[in-house]
Design a protein around this ligand. Structure first.
Ligand SMILES: Cc1cc2nc3c(=O)[nH]c(=O)nc-3n(C[C@H](O)[C@H](O)[C@H](O)COP(=O)(O)OP(=O)(O)OC[C@H]3O[C@@H](n4cnc5c(N)ncnc54)[C@H](O)[C@@H]3O)c2cc1C
Length: 494
């Protein structure tokens, strides 16, 4: 029987969910607090420049293919382009950047003479990480769990040889494998994609090295990442999915263990048979459902990923030293990583990521200009609630970037916008400005992560970054599939 669904939030999680459900003929309404769809995967247009607001690449693109195929769409509605080299890294102690290639021979040449036998060492490292990835992808990442016991039993099916991964940090794993600081840093940078640092992230996540460097690689969407949201919106319009923007859900109304309706900020009630929240699965339970396990005090004690400090610059001229993806690192990796999470002051020598999508999509900037997106991971609002120094931090980063890429960016800025963690928190309801949601420590993944089905309300589910399996674009697409599996079992929806 066809059902009526309300989805709260139009991030990639909410949109994938809407596509899966509407493709099966269900009636779907999406309620979004922001004025545009996409959530963190959003777009900003200013003075002839177009920017992707958050994500700038994705891995595991076969998850997108699965999404579209399972909805009867056999031709991918977006073109994906693999990044090669994947990115380049500027170290403070070296004049030239280092390009990161999937081809290990090329990578070895790039790092000669710093890391002898790099190709051989990296090959063994990636082989090990790959085995772990394939031994856990279906069993752990792509599974629903109804209890912690069930999860632990599933884990016992993972070959014992992977056990040491649980007890080492990512940094100690790279330290055992590589001898140069530079290569260790390169192989541990992926920890930042999880919104954490390699000194805190368990080495199980070296599987991300495998996904970036061997398995599927990194991809961008032709025309900019937002082209994915535009393609989804077109498919959803064809399937008659309705959207209400500028609509924030502030209350959940229940009766007899079921949600009967949700109420928006204007007091309007929205009814449905089944509700799916794409709002953060932990903070929604605390702030909207007032659950005692998710009070502010308890939420604050959880481990949240770093907050984004982002700068969008329209710049006159072309900057040949920058590529699509660039990392700018300082000289004190460990000291920086150790303090960045909990500091109440802005970093003095910030580490940051720079994306220039006009390099491959010229329509993102007027002719003879570049669009520059800078992302600096910073402490969230629990540790640094005051961002009055935002201009100072932005200028500090822009000056550093100008010096290191050999181009006077400050003198050529045509347009500029800064989003600090307060902006990120307000715009998308991100808890205390945390950019990627809940972190992925062993006690915050699998059955220990907020569940995708509500504990008390039978017809309420959660999709997105802070529920299972985790954060990142492919993960939230998987999370929508996991809900379909539950709906299949519980409502016979297939
Ligand atoms: C700066 C930055 C860079 C990133 N880069 C990458 C990258 O390169 N690659 C990658 O794979 N991942 C990246 N990520 C992570 C990725 O963006 C997220 O994991 C993913 O987009 C999360 O999707 P989601 O659907 O779970 O949530 P969101 O995108 O946050 O969507 C949730 C939606 O719900 C809405 N909402 C919330 N509460 C309510 C409410 N009460 N009522 C109505 N609406 C509500 C929000 O406004 C939002 O639109 C990045 C994240 C950030 C912040």
């Amino acid at each position: 029987m066809k059902k009526e669904f309300v989805i709260i939030g139009s991030g990639l999680g909410g949109l994938s969910m809407a596509l899966r459900l509407s493709s099966k003929g269900h009636k779907v309404t999406v309620l979004e607090k922001h004025s545009t769809p996409g959530g963190r995967l959003n777009q900003l247009k200013m003075d002839g420049f177009t920017f992707d607001v958050g994500p700038s690449f994705m891995s595991m693109t076969y998850e997108l293919e699965e999404l579209f195929k399972s909805c009867g769409i056999n031709q991918m509605p977006v073109n994906l382009q693999e990044l090669d080299p994947i990115y380049q890294v500027f170290f403070a102690q070296h004049k030239r950047p280092f390009r990161i290639f999937k081809d290990l021979k090329k990578l070895e040449e790039e790092f000669a003479p710093l890391e002898p036998d790099l190709a051989k060492k990296a090959d063994a490292y990636l082989k090990r990480a790959g085995e772990f990835f394939h031994d856990t992808e279906d069993k752990v990442v792509k599974s629903n769990f109804d209890s912690k016991l069930q999860y632990i039993l599933k884990l016992t099916g993972v070959p014992l040889k992977h056990l040491p991964y649980l007890f080492r940090t990512m940094w100690s794993e790279v330290e055992r494998t590589f001898s140069s600081e530079e290569v260790r840093v390169i192989f541990s940078l992926v920890a930042f994609f999880l919104g954490s640092t390699p000194f805190q992230t368990p080495s199980v996540y070296s599987l991300l090295n495998y996904t970036e460097m061997r398995h599927n690689g990194y991809w961008k969407v032709e025309g900019g990442m937002y082209a994915l949201v535009e393609a989804l919106m077109k498919l959803l319009a064809e399937r008659k999915v309705e959207f209400a923007f500028n609509t924030e859900i502030v209350k959940v109304n229940e009766n007899g263990g079921k949600v009967t309706s949700v109420t928006d900020q204007n007091g309007k009630e929205w009814k449905a048979d089944i509700f799916i929240s794409n709002s953060d699965a932990a903070s929604f339970r605390g702030q909207i459902l007032k659950r005692k396990n998710f009070t502010e005090e308890k939420l604050d004690k959880m481990h949240w990923t770093l907050a984004p400090f982002t700068i969008y610059l329209g710049v006159k001229g072309n900057i040949p030293t920058l590529m699509h993806h660039n990392y700018f690192l300082g000289s004190n990796f460990r000291g920086y990583a150790d303090t960045i999470f909990t500091s109440s002051i802005s970093p003095q020598k910030p580490y940051y990521y720079v994306n220039v999508s006009s390099k491959s999509t010229p329509s993102c900037a007027p002719e003879g200009h570049e669009n520059i997106f800078i992302l600096c991971p910073v402490p969230d609002l629990r540790f640094k609630p005051d961002w009055a120094d935002r201009e100072e931090l932005a200028n500090n980063i822009i000056d550093d970037l100008s010096e290191r890429c050999g181009y006077d960016i400050s003198a050529n800025i045509v347009t500029q916008k800064i989003l600090d963690p307060i902006d990120w928190a307000k715009t998308f309801n991100l808890y205390k400005g945390s950019g990627l949601g809940l972190a992925h420590d062993m006690d915050q993944v699998g059955a220990f992560r907020p569940k995708n089905k509500d504990e008390q309300l039978d017809n309420l589910y959660y999709v997105g970054a802070s529920t299972t399996p985790g954060t990142g674009l492919p993960m939230v697409v998987i999370s929508s599939r996991l809900i379909m599996e539950r709906l299949g079992k519980e409502y016979g929806i297939v």
